[in-house]
Design a protein around this ligand. Structure first.
Ligand SMILES: CC(C)(COP(=O)(O)OP(=O)(O)OC[C@H]1O[C@@H](n2cnc3c(N)ncnc32)[C@H](O)[C@@H]1OP(=O)(O)O)[C@@H](O)C(=O)NCCC(=O)NCCS
Length: 165
């Protein structure tokens, strides 16, 4: 089962992203793109993905985390560009974002459905009941991004997935 965290209630909340959040999301993920932890995402791409993007906001209404969901088929989707501001790391925002996306997926789509991510934070996802699986399980994803990625020959990202029955 996914774990609750009182910080989610006390210090921030998770909501669907809105079009006016695009610039803040871009600023949030920028440092992770610069250090090659996340793939580049243009303002246009962030804007296009807004209908399936969530943000964590603090009490001052500032965006401290975000994540997007992308569908490859009716039964396969990816959590993409999950990021929490460095100064807010380890306060439960990442967990709250993933839990909200899982809730959204489980309540709105045909089941069983698989949610996956490519990530360096495997143990974070394992704490949320994801399991590590071979990246080759997701050839469409690999075709889409790996061929244009600077790390393609020496990528150490791992794939994780959860199946919602
Ligand atoms: C990975 C990331 C989203 C986690 O967000 P966060 O808000 O710091 O994580 P949380 O506070 O919700 O942590 C939930 C649990 O996972 C653990 N955890 C967090 N990050 C972890 C990591 N990188 N590795 C292992 N465990 C991690 C926490 O200790 C916590 O454990 P607990 O339940 O025992 O207390 C955040 O570190 C981040 O933005 N990283 C850079 C971008 C990135 O790697 N994104 C993933 C790409 S898909």
């Amino acid at each position: 089962m996914l774990k609750n965290n009182t910080n989610e209630v006390e210090n921030f909340s998770v909501r669907k992203a809105e079009i006016q959040d695009v610039e803040n999301i871009h600023n949030l993920i920028g440092p992770y793109i610069e250090t090659n932890i996340l793939l580049n995402r243009t303002i246009d791409k962030i804007e296009k993905d807004i209908p399936l993007t969530w943000v964590a906001v603090n009490k001052q209404n500032e965006i401290i985390g975000s994540a997007a969901l992308l569908f490859f088929s009716k039964t396969l989707c990816e959590i993409r560009a999950l990021a929490v501001k460095k100064e807010n790391i380890s306060k439960g925002a990442g967990r709250a974002l993933v839990k909200e996306i899982i809730r959204h997926v489980s309540e709105n789509y045909e089941r069983p459905i698989k949610v996956f991510a490519l990530t360096y934070a495997v143990d974070f996802f394992k704490k949320l009941s994801f399991k590590e699986v071979p990246k080759e399980n997701f050839p469409d994803k690999i075709y889409e991004v790996c061929s244009i990625c600077v790390k393609k020959e020496h990528c150490d990202e791992k794939a994780v997935e959860i199946v919602i029955n």
